[in-house]
Design a protein. Sequence first.
Length: 116
Amino acid sequence: MEKRRCKRFRIRDNIYLTFCSGLYRLGRIMDISKTGISFEYLALEEHCRVDRVEIDIFSNSRGLYISRILCRVVYDIRCNDYQSLIGLENRRCGLEFARLSEEQMSGLMPVINEFR
């Protein structure tokens, strides 16, 4: 059963996010809503799990940059059973926005509206 409060919209463009903390995660955004976001990234097999993170969202081609969005990690799972030879795995992470400033929401809304 679907637990999300808002419908997520699939992103059909190269929009990325990165963690602001000491953890290095850089990934391509897969879907987005007013309340959350998911992305895929490559990780070392022994990656560190966290409960809360701050993220930056960006796209050079769009001139998009939204900084320091506080999020709760909902899930962080392996995408497939394939393990690469160099010790990396493809993962998908779902985040719930903890709180958005007016400025952050005004940066997200054009993206959400475009992919409805």
